[in-house]
Design a protein around this ligand. Structure first.
Ligand SMILES: Cc1ncc(COP(=O)(O)O)c(C=O)c1O
Length: 387
């Protein structure tokens, strides 16, 4: 049996995999078991921000692997402490809780907002988390409940209670949702990624933050996909002129190893106390040592490079034949094609370019430092495929 057959026989059938087995590569070039090379326009869904086999990241990971691979959170390890410090210094946030995925980071954000409200207003007096219609926050039961898309709310019920959904852009609806006096916090993505790569309206975001503050509710921004340079700034919320109370991130933070982080701002910095939350693997020193090299290198110069690459893609694709429009921020772009996205995706793969989809769009999430010539080649292939 080959890998396809073994996988289909033994791995739970949750994924619609493309018929490609990745066996190697470097940077934004992936190598298939079929001997073909593919240009990577997905980064393992916004994870490999520095591409495959980044030397600085690998060196840090291997050095830590040779020291201590795991110590548990009963003891101190320097990579975890230094990563928390780097994230706080970058953002002005005060504390970081580490988990292993985006969903866990969001679970933590939900717990922080609810416990902050419990501590301040009384046990379970204000448990509601407001999220947006068409959002995506993860696959655990609570983050599925937080996800504002009905089709995720089947088959696994009962879901945790205490979530309320507001249409993105509907400030009156947000005011009403907050006015009921039972809200602990609002959670939103600045660009709805899985929802179709749709940026929120800046004024709506600012009004929401102002209204939440007025009624004593916290605001959490889900930067799981948009974070760590993907949007063209370190976090996408910076481009909306707001300062959230809680920020979650994952994916690109680990450079290819699993990590999730919940960053907590001043108001709620003392909310998590010993025993109130935890994770066996969260903050693993090998993963954190790698992540530290990622965070440290995403500076203004690097981010300018992300924006240059973003502009290049937009200029080439906007108005091209068969392309109805481009949405998104930085190197998180959605391309509306006249042909069905699945057809364009397959045609791209035939041309040696791996892209993703989101709802009706082609979704592009290339490595943030993708070689410009390689990027041009990929964009040409996408244009051909979309014609
Ligand atoms: C915005 C957002 N939040 C949360 C998640 C869940 O992250 P994970 O799959 O690491 O649990 C995702 C994953 O796509 C995401 O895009």
């Amino acid at each position: 049996m080959n890998t396809f057959d073994i996988d289909r026989t033994y791995v739970a059938g949750t994924y619609n995999r493309a018929p490609v087995e990745i066996v190697g590569g470097k940077g934004a070039l992936l190598e298939g078991a079929d001997g073909r090379q593919y240009i990577d326009m997905g980064s393992g869904i916004a994870v490999n921000g520095f591409g495959l086999g980044d030397e600085t990241w690998k060196e840090a990971v291997i050095a830590q692997l040779n020291r201590v691979q795991h110590a548990s959170n009963l003891y101190y390890t320097s990579p975890q402490a230094l990563l928390a410090k780097a994230l706080c210094q970058k953002t002005g946030m005060k504390k970081v809780f580490f988990g292993n995925s985006g969903a866990e980071a969001n679970e933590c954000a939900i717990k922080v907002m609810r416990k902050y409200a419990s501590d301040k207003y009384g046990e379970e007096k204000r448990p509601v988390i407001v999220t947006l219609v068409n959002s995506f926050h993860g696959r655990t039961l609570a983050t599925l409940a937080a996800t504002g898309q009905d089709h995720f709310h089947h088959s696994f019920g009962p879901f945790p209670a205490g979530f309320r959904y507001v249409q993105s852009g509907d400030s009156d609806g947000m005011r009403e949702a907050l006015a009921q006096g039972d809200v602990a916090g609002v959670m939103m993505e600045m660009v709805q990624g899985e929802g179709g790569v749709i940026p929120l309206d800046r004024q709506f975001v600012q009004e929401t933050v102002r209204m939440a503050a007025e009624c004593g509710a916290l605001v959490a921004v889900d930067e799981v996909q948009t974070g760590n340079g993907r949007s063209g700034t370190y976090f996408s919320y910076e481009q909306f002129g707001i300062q959230p109370d809680v920020v979650t991130t994952a994916k690109g933070l680990g450079g290819g190893l699993p990590i999730g982080a919940c960053l907590i701002g001043e108001k709620a910095q003392d909310t998590l106390t010993p025993g109130s939350h935890g994770s066996t693997f969260g903050g693993n020193p090998v993963v954190c040592a790698g992540a530290l090299t990622i965070v440290r290198r995403i500076d203004e110069g690097f981010l300018a490079g992300v924006r240059v690459r973003s502009d290049l893609i937009r200029q080439e694709l906007e108005g091209a034949k068969g392309i109805a429009g481009v949405t998104g921020m930085g190197l998180m772009l959605g391309v509306e094609t006249e042909k069905p996205a699945s057809e364009v995706l397959a045609a791209c793969r035939d041309r040696g370019v791996l892209v993703l989809t989101a709802k009706t769009k082609i979704r592009l999430l290339p490595p943030l430092n993708i070689d410009i010539d390689l990027l041009k080649k990929a964009v040409d292939a996408i244009k051909e495929a979309a014609k």
